[in-house]
Design a protein around this ligand. Sequence first.
Ligand code: DX5
Ligand code: ZN
Length: 225
Amino acid sequence: MVKAIIAPSILSADFANLGCECHRMFDCRSDWIHIDVMDGHFVPNITMGPPIISSLRKEIPKGNKDGSSPSFFDCHMMVSNPAQWVPEIAKAGGDQYTFHYEATENPLELVKLIKANGMKAACAIKPGTPVDVLFPLAEYLDMALIMTVEPGFGGQKFMANMMPKVEELRLKYPTLNIQVDGGLGRDTIPAAAKAGANVIVAGTSVFKAQDAAEMILFLRSQVDQ
Ligand code: DX5
Ligand code: ZN
């Protein structure tokens, strides 16, 4: 059984207090921090990039390479040219680099480049992309991300019709980290957990919760049962 990993998306954080917000999440027992990098081209939004990641890394020093210590920066790269940013994200302190399958012609080369830069490599697919594009890649990946909203914005509605993709992937790869991202919260986590997702990104539901620690615990309890 793969373990639950809870990754709050700082897209929903208070940007004026980003360092404190990251500390708050780790204090609330989050496993990772999910960092949404958007270039205004692959998606119709601009968020943050290497300088912000680098500043956050000064606040939260690197931990164990395997992600077991709470300092893991999970970088979701919603950019048109993912190969371009690999060295900079590595230098800024990213632990994992998730590129979009739709943004690259040669995903295996990109995986090699990411690993050569000392990061874990993950591949994301948008809702319209079939899951089988991940099959030839899966054995080289540290994680696969099944998007449960169209990438670009926080606070969207969870697409339950993505769950068959998660189920199919889980059946083929029992030990792979499978991440879901978009619209995850109290009402939608049961379906994602049942389908076999173990890495849970949650922006709105965690950052806007009255009690973020309780929400993180709840999400974890739904996956680890
Ligand atoms: C959307 C981002 C998500 C987003 C999730 O493109 O990839 O990580 O922040 O936000 P919620 O949990 O609010 O849907
Ligand atoms: Zn994301």
